[in-house]
Design a protein around this ligand. Structure first.
Ligand code: HEC
Length: 172
């Protein structure tokens, strides 16, 4: 995974910290147009509502027992299609320390920081970064156990929190 070349803006639920990651480039990346960033945030809000309502509806209508195919598996197929189409990257990861699938854990610096922030109660975490010289918005939102079926498979968890949705969306 490519390291961000310059200063990242890590926004934790309103408070702004700057975090230097990797080696600092002489001039830093050009800051993306604030209106483009706002449009990308709107896209993240739309995607978050879309993925969450799909997972809840699939679970409500089709998933009753441990043996059923979980909505997370369907979501992963959709994430793969979105990635293949170069639209955005999304991941559903664990925040409990006990994932159903050990692949679904935070791996990047952003994901690890987001898991910590969400565990401490943050509802939204974001960071502006560059990938291959292009600006991206990374964002994370909490995934709570919103219905009894979630508990059937995942068990009861602290603060009813199971995971996080992670997004990386190009800023255009
Ligand atoms: C039928 C059992 C089942 C139900 C019901 C279920 N899940 Fe899952 N969940 C799984 C399995 C299995 C995985 C791993 C899927 C994979 O990676 O292929 C998973 C993965 C996840 C992950 C990623 C982290 C991890 O544990 O691997 C989250 C977060 C998650 N589910 C949240 C939910 C929520 C929220 C609900 C209720 C709306 C829910 N799940 C309902 C079985 C279930």
């Amino acid at each position: 995974m490519r390291l961000h070349r310059a200063v990242l803006w890590l926004v934790l639920g309103g408070g702004v910290l700057s975090a230097a990651a990797g080696t600092l480039a002489a001039d830093g990346p050009a800051k993306p147009d604030p209106q483009a960033v706002e449009r990308t945030r709107e896209q993240v809000r739309m995607l978050d509502a879309l993925y969450k309502s799909a997972v809840v509806s699939i679970t409500k209508n089709y998933v009753n027992q441990q043996a059923d195919v979980p909505a997370a598996t369907v979501a992963k197929d959709v994430f793969q299609a979105m990635k293949a189409g170069r639209f955005h990257h999304a991941r559903l990861i664990d925040v409990t320390g006990k994932p159903k699938n050990p692949d679904n854990v935070a791996t990047t610096a952003f994901e690890k920081a987001a898991v910590e922030a969400i565990r401490s109660g943050k509802e939204y975490v974001e960071e502006l970064a560059e990938v291959d010289g292009r600006p991206v918005l990374r964002a994370a939102t909490p995934v709570p156990a919103v219905m009894p079926q979630c508990i059937v498979c995942h068990g009861k968890r602290e603060k009813n929190l199971l995971g996080a949705l992670i997004y990386e969306v190009p800023v255009k």
